[in-house]
Ligand binder design. Sequence first.
Ligand code: HEC
Length: 276
Amino acid sequence: MKKLNNSPLLIVMILFISLLILNSCGGVPEEKGETSAAEDNVFSVDEVLEMVSKENDVTRTLYTKAIVGKGMLQGMKFDEDWRKDDVEAGPLPALFLRGVATSIKKGPVPLGLYLGSDFPVNKANKFEGQQAELFKDIKETQEPKFFYDESQELHTAMFADLASAQACVTCHNDHPQTTKTDWKLGDVMGATTWQYPKDSLTYSGAIEVLNAYSKGTVDIYMEYLDEIAAFKSSEKPVIGDKWPSEGNYLPSPEVFLDSVRKLSSYDTMKTLIASK
Ligand code: HEC
């Protein structure tokens, strides 16, 4: 992928510099009271949920292909019961996402994340009500849906979750609890639902949302590495700067996050900078 090497830190720096330039080149004649540009609500909630959803796409694809897919070829195990003491395995992609959602929920940023479907493996992941209705359109068009959920009083965005790797299709079709056995590559298998209480965000609010998401990925990835540290009978992969494609290796949390940032922040930065 031809993406640039950027990190949220870099994004923050670029924003900061843009603000400095804005303030110093005479474009902003007067300080308007106490509020500076950085405190204006410059992003609609839809824009921010779209940004975080793009980061999630990259993270999810990287985890599914480079860790789960390649790891399984090295004999690494991934299991829905990965947290059980007698199961020596890592989290499946959907449970990785659940881990991210749980971590976000524990933190101060009021961002909700849920992965649902019309034919779920796990009944708890079945869309209901308004989301079930909107998901029908998403299946047809693969386009996201943005709406205000009156009952929960939350701004909501739903994005298609595609069967982007053969592993998604095979595992879901063969799963004992599956409710559908003919998933195909490219199908809309579900949607990620994101929710946030306010209709607009400041720069720093948007960055807090993105940071809450990356912190979530690091938290669940570290839980996976902790699980490995406790393996008794399975061979432990070496954790460092190598990936499972090279052998029995796993990237450290820093290396994993750095790759996510390299792959995703170019899009994110474009949005941050293009928005007025
Ligand atoms: C090795 C097995 C496996 C692989 C690979 C896998 N999944 Fe899943 N997936 C599961 C299981 C098991 C669940 C249910 C987890 C839970 O919530 O308990 C699940 C949950 C989901 C859900 C939520 C709805 C449901 O079925 O419960 C979606 C959507 C989903 N997966 C899509 C995908 C996509 C897209 C990929 C590939 C990028 C993928 N899965 C890869 C096993 C797998």
